[in-house]
Structure formats: structure tokens, C-alpha cells
Design a protein around this ligand. Sequence first.
Ligand SMILES: Nc1ncnc2c1ncn2[C@@H]1O[C@H](COP(=O)(O)OP(=O)(O)O)[C@@H](O)[C@H]1O
Length: 193
Amino acid sequence: MNIILLGPPGAGKGTQAQRLIDSQGMVQLSTGDMLRAAVKAGTEIGLKAKAVMDAGDLVSDEIVIGVVSERLEQPDVQASSGVIFDGFPRTSAQAEALDGLLAEKGMTLDAVIEMQVPDELLVGRIEKRAAETGGTRADDNAATLKKRLATYHKDTAPLVEYYRGTGKLRTVNGDQPMDDVTAAILDALAVSA
Ligand SMILES: Nc1ncnc2c1ncn2[C@@H]1O[C@H](COP(=O)(O)OP(=O)(O)O)[C@@H](O)[C@H]1O
């Protein structure tokens, strides 16, 4: 089973992805984590991505699609029961590229889980995360968050309609206790913990 977790920054995608990894034996493919790792390692991609990420803008489709394509070839992905795409796709071009990549690799997309959380709540959540992680993410601050939310609404939210058109969209209320969100996702996927 291959799925996409779609939702704004702070929606809880990472938390829910971890629970799916634990209960379903899936692997998480987080483009945010992968890009942060590239920044940390000082690779060419990391050097290109850093300023863009810090500003709350999107890294180029070309870079992100390349990173995802490579990741899909790795043995742990091949051996897993499925992939959780987290933070990807984020633009229409990425969604179309993902369709192509999956077809090329003989994989199918089973569901797209849209996690809905009102903007007002996201600000509080991200500020809390910034405090807890002691500022390890340069983009977790009020100014950048505003920009990331605006980017989400402009570039990423349109994907909801794209995936609704495929019949694979499942919408989950992300504004409820974490366990309830997990239950709603498992229900939407018709699997059990
Ligand atoms: N699919 C993507 N396309 C372009 N940029 C991306 C993508 N995924 C991550 N990034 C970059 O990494 C940053 C952090 O991503 P992520 O950890 O997914 O953040 P969020 O908490 O906003 O969901 C984004 O603001 C963006 O600059």
C-alpha cells in the first residue's frame, strides 16, 4: 500500500507517518527530512536547498523529484509493505512526476490522506515544536511559518482537487487527539493497527 499524507506544516504528518511505520511496516519518504539531511551533509543539493528552505519557499521540482526517484530505488523501500509520501508531492508538477515515477517502477498509489487543520491552530503547534526542539529547524519560526502556510495554500492545496478527481482522496480531521487522528487514518485506509 502506497499513500500520500497531504496537509499543511504542523498538521501532524510526521507523527502519523511514524505510527503507520510501526503498525503497518511501511517506510516514510519525507522530502523535508531528506532535504534537511542534504543540508547537514553539505551536499550540492543541500547547498542549493538551504536558503530556499530557510525562507519558507519550495525547493525546485527538479531537485525534489530527483531525490524522490533515487529514494524509491533503495532496498528498504523495495522490501517494505509500502511507502508513505510525507511532504511530497507539493506542487502539481510534482504530482504529475509522481504518477510517472510510480508507473515506471510498477507501483500504484492507493490513497491520499488529507489532514485538515485550521491555520490558527498550526501557528501554535509549530511554535511549540520550535520551543521543544530548541530551534534545530531554521524554518520553525513565526515569520517563516506564515510564508510556509501561504506557500501551502497557493501551491499544494490545489492537489486536493487533483486527487479528489482520482477517487483516492480521504479527508481526515487533524484537529483532534493524536490517537483519534490515527484511528481515522486507519479507518480511511481500511486497515487495523
Ligand atoms: N516536495 C517538496 N518540494 C519543494 N520543497 C520541499 C518539498 N519538501 C520539502 N521541501 C522544503 O523543505 C521545507 C520543510 O519541509 P517539511 O519538513 O515537509 O515541512 P513542513 O513542516 O512544512 O511540512 C519546505 O518548506 C520546503 O522548503
